[in-house]
Design a protein around this ligand. Structure first.
Ligand code: NAD
Length: 425
């Protein structure tokens, strides 16, 4: 028997592609997008599926499924992370790729959208197995990737080390040093200062902008954050620095609730010495991830994964502001219920766009061969995030729609205009 045991695929999972398409269709209708353009924008430009035989540590070969979907390369080279998770399916990757197109368009950076994924459980794999899998995937995608074509980045289950392997393998295959082929690299390999914190920072900046519109005073509000990885932990830390009381945090091990507030720095330190998890964190009461979402807080930041707020629990959400750190945390079937409750949602394609914005800065710096200070990175990223928030807010008033549909409207309008100008066959 092979040592690597693949866990059972995650079932009972709503389809994020359906959620993406429903919002896309609604926004296209409000925008009055013509049918032929609608059809052109709904289908991904390129879908690549590969089987990756990898020798595991016990000498046995395991075959992994890998995908890369380029949804659109209209605004520029396609950009999007690579996810290592058992929940990866082609439909999930297609949805995430389209979200990248809309996200880059909302913040006005010159990229199209793509996403990649490998169905695997990285926590059950050794560093050697992960490296061989990553190199096999890069080799299979060598003609898809490219600094002027398609630029991957980290996502769930991948990190700076994964990006370093991709950069190295791609550079070897092409015979040139090519740091700009991926972003989210370690600093010594051409990464950007501020990239690790960028997504969480953008979540904080969006939350601040929204609080301003809702006349909420940050030092008088409490928040719950679901997910305590890159996005969740940094969002929590930076919101706390703004005076927000973080009363609940969570990860795959469950939720942790303390009505007096959780010291986020302490929780982060705890996870770094506890194999990256909050398991056993004693400064708060244990609750479930489902309970966390329904807490009586002003601000909720889902920063773990898709479909956490659905028709099943939307009615019980008490927050007045939801800032989507994760991609697709709200299923489309929950939108109407949350709308009717008057909850303001800062959608994923706006709220978590700080990451891709600083990825763009990393790519710019790689091509310049000149590196910026962290202060410059943060200042420019904050400005882009604030401008994007305002343009979406204005569209929500102009079209009389919620912030999610407004963000799609801003994005679809931009991509459609570009496509029209560039023309088709
Ligand atoms: P990560 O792997 O660093 O962290 C994910 C966190 O979610 C971990 O704490 C994990 O334990 C937790 N988690 C996983 N399953 C869970 C569940 N069922 N319930 C509760 N918690 C669970 O990933 P990340 O980079 O922080 O990404 C989180 C989300 O943000 C994803 O949807 C990702 O696509 C999105 N995102 C990430 C970035 C980025 O720059 N990292 C940018 C934009 C969007």
């Amino acid at each position: 028997m092979a040592r690597y045991k693949e866990p059972a695929p995650i079932k009972d999972h709503l389809n994020p592609l359906d959620s993406m398409m429903e919002r896309f269709s609604e926004a296209a209708q409000k925008l009055g997008l013509d049918e032929s353009m609608y059809n052109a924008l709904k289908s991904p430009e390129k879908t690549v599926a590969v089987s990756l035989p990898v020798t595991m540590d016990d000498g046995k070969i395991h075959v992994f499924e890998g995908y890369r979907v380029v949804h659109s390369a209209n605004l520029g080279p396609s950009k999007g992370g690579i996810r290592y998770s058992m929940s990866v399916t082609l439909d999930e990757v297609k949805a995430l790729a389209a979200w990248m197109t809309w996200k880059c368009a909302v913040v006005g950076i010159p990229y199209g959208g793509a996403k990649g994924g490998i169905k695997c459980e990285p926590r059950n794999m050794s560093a050697g197995e992960l490296e061989r899998l990553t190199r096999a995937y890069t080799c299979a995608m060598a003609d898809v990737f490219g600094p002027e074509k398609d630029i991957p980045a980290p996502d769930m289950g991948t990190n700076q080390q994964t990006m370093a392997w991709i950069m190295d393998e791609y550079s070897k295959i092409k015979g040139v040093s090519s740091p700009a082929v991926v972003t989210g690299k370690p600093l010594v390999l051409g990464g950007s200062l501020g990239r690790i914190e960028a997504t969480g920072r953008g979540v904080m900046v969006s939350a601040r902008s929204a609080m301003g519109k809702l006349k909420m005073n940050p030092s008088k509000v409490s928040a719950a954050v679901q997910g305590f990885g890159n996005v969740g932990s940094i969002s929590a830390k930076l919101l706390e620095q703004q005076g927000v009381k973080i009363v609940a945090i969570s990860d795959i091990s469950g939720g942790y609730y303390n009505p007096k507030g959780i010291d986020i720095e302490e929780a982060i330190n705890y996870t770094t010495t506890n194999k990256g998890t909050l398991e056993g964190f004693e400064k708060a009461d244990k609750i479930s991830n489902e309970e966390l979402l329904e807490l009586d807080v002003e601000v909720l930041v889902p920063a773990a994964m898709e479909d956490q707020i659905t028709v099943k629990n939307a009615d019980r959400i008490k927050a007045k502001l939801i800032v989507e750190g994760a991609n697709g945390p709200t299923a489309s079937n929950a939108d109407q219920i949350l709308n009717d409750k008057g909850i303001m949602i800062i959608p994923d394609i706006l709220a978590n766009a700080g990451g891709v914005t600083v990825s763009y800065f990393e790519w710019v710096q790689n091509r310049l061969g000149y590196f910026w200070t962290e202060e410059r990175v943060n200042r420019r990223a904050d400005r882009i995030m604030k401008q994007a928030f305002e343009s979406v807010y204005e569209a929500s008033i102009k079209y009389n729609v919620n912030m999610r549909i407004a963000a799609y409207i801003v994005a679809i309008d931009k991509v459609a205009k570009t496509m029209e100008l560039r023309g088709t066959f």
